[in-house]
Design a protein around this ligand. Structure first.
Ligand SMILES: C[S@@+](CC[C@H](N)C(=O)[O-])C[C@H]1O[C@@H](n2cnc3c(N)ncnc32)[C@H](O)[C@@H]1O
Length: 215
């Protein structure tokens, strides 16, 4: 652990690694840097730090299912999404959606690593807004990583026009609660079917669900 390295220095290094042309090759360095961080800062940056093989397999699945635009709801800093895109050679584009614009635009928060949109209130979401968050095309998939707001999750699903949702979270019975949980998401109706399930490092699960009949 790099105890004496200050948080400010670490963040500066991460901004450097993720910036511009450097970014294409530096995602592996960023993973290595992540290994050296203390848990508190690691979690502040992202909840699940995948390995290079995790990222590779995830990108293979995106490509296999033709998923090109992903909107990550509750993306936080978006560093996981940045890693996925960089490791996958930018074949998939990742966009983020967060609440609390004031926080994310304040000088106290970590900078966002992906283009970020803001939902002021999930109960007033409209389909046009959600489906326009990916700039050039509607999202093929919604991603929820360590999301923990059932009501909002259902509101997002209600207006989402695409076919895929990707859930990342802890294995059940680990003592960490997310809602939805990727293994037992209690998806509404019976249209969603589990297509892929991966185990990521540190006892995390990634699950791809596809909507089998579009109303
Ligand atoms: C535990 S954090 C996970 C952050 C990130 N996905 C990660 O894995 O590091 C949950 C995030 O969900 C966001 N969130 C909570 N309710 C939300 C809502 N209704 N719409 C969008 N984001 C929401 C929070 O602001 C927070 O950043």
């Amino acid at each position: 652990m790099c105890d004496e390295r200050s948080e400010v220095e670490t963040l500066r290094e991460i901004y450097y690694l993720t910036h511009g042309a450097m970014a294409d090759t530096s995602w592996r360095k960023l993973l290595a840097l992540g290994d050296s961080l203390e848990q508190q800062l690691k979690r502040k940056l992202l909840w699940v730090w995948p390995t290079a093989p995790d990222l590779d397999y995830f990108n293979q699945l995106l490509s296999m299912h033709g998923i090109r635009n992903v909107l990550s709801v509750g993306c936080g800093t978006g560093l996981l999404e940045w890693l996925i895109t960089a490791a996958g050679g930018k074949k998939a584009s990742m966009f983020g959606l967060e609440v609390d614009r004031n926080w994310w635009q304040s000088k106290y928060s970590v900078r966002s690593f992906i283009p970020l949109n803001y939902a002021e209130n999930s109960t007033q979401l409209d389909a046009d807004f959600l489906n326009s968050c990916c700039e050039n095309a509607p999202p093929c998939a919604l991603l929820f990583c360590y999301f923990n707001n059932r009501r909002a999750f259902l509101d997002y699903l209600d207006v989402f026009g695409g076919r895929w949702i990707i859930l990342i979270g802890p294995q059940p019975a680990l003592g960490i609660h997310t809602d939805p949980n990727p293994v037992q998401p209690q998806l509404p109706g019976n249209q969603w079917t589990l297509r892929e399930r991966l185990n990521w490092t540190d006892r995390n699960v990634v699950a791809f669900y596809e909507k089998i009949s579009l109303d």
